[in-house]
Design a binder for this molecule. Structure first.
Ligand code: MG
Length: 252
């Protein structure tokens, strides 16, 4: 079972009613649980720490992020030397990869949110690596986000610029791309049915269905009535909150 975190387990700093017990019950009822999130602004340790602070029991290995997925993708494809355009605090999550040294042609460019670090020098370094044959792996594909100074371009926009300039197509590590779902599932033993639970009709539900999973939409977090119909996505089931998930599983 794969569970989205924000909007499914908690909203803000508050756990959703019944979520702490439901998560533990889901572990008992399945071959394994992974919590998957598109967060690229903080490292996995911080995500785990925040959940524990709210009262959830969570193993470090249970949280799968786009950075962890980028590591899996690089390993799978034999991409050994990596140019990392990611903020300093995210480097811990990419420790499984070897950074390309100066003058060395990278096998991959991993693109995260560098913020003010997106300088012409940094972008041209990535551009030349791509021209030299490196694969582009973007941690997510958001167009922009709201900083304290106003709206700013996000990773998706910089990724699109690099794709256009170098004539390549990025692999996206975050949802709704299948990469995150498949990397998380690969860590769970067995080959039975796989279920994704989320509050985002496109990122969670549409992405999971495209990756071949069943997908349960919760009416918490960013859920809006009518969003499923508007997106043309039909969840396998819709429930009021994660608290209803264990009874749903035992009925199936
Ligand atoms: Mg969510």
């Amino acid at each position: 079972m794969l569970l989205d975190i924000d909007g499914v387990l908690h909203v803000g700093d508050e756990p959703i009613a019944g979520a702490i017990g439901a998560l533990e019950r889901c572990r008992e009822l399945t071959a394994g649980v992974r919590l998957i999130t598109n967060t690229t602004s903080r490292p996995r340790a911080a995500i785990v720490g925040r959940l524990r602070g709210m009262g959830f029991t969570v193993g470090d290995e249970e949280v799968v992020t786009p950075a962890a997925t980028a590591v899996s993708v690089c390993r799978e494809r034999g991409l050994r030397r990596v140019l990392m355009l990611v903020p300093e605090e995210l480097r811990a999550d990419l420790a499984g990869l070897r950074e390309a040294e100066d003058g060395e042609q990278p096998d991959a460019v991993v693109l995260g949110d560098l913020g003010d670090g997106f300088t012409p020098d940094a972008l041209n370094g990535a551009f030349r690596a791509l021209l030299g044959g490196a694969e582009l792996i973007a941690l997510q594909r958001n167009r922009y986000w709201r900083s304290s100074a106003g709206l700013v371009m996000d990773v998706g926009a910089w990724s699109a610029a690099l794709e256009y300039a170098a004539g390549v197509e990025a692999t996206v590590a975050g949802k709704p791309s299948p990469a995150l779902f498949l990397a998380a599932l690969a860590e769970i033993p067995g080959d039975g049915r796989a279920l994704m639970v989320g509050d985002d009709i496109e990122g969670d539900i549409g992405g999971a269905l495209d990756a071949g999973l069943e997908a349960v939409l919760v009416r918490t977090g960013k859920y809006r009535p009518g969003a499923a119909a508007a997106a043309g996505v039909e969840p396998t089931a819709t429930i009021d909150s994660i608290a209803e998930l264990p009874p749903l599983l035992t009925r199936r």
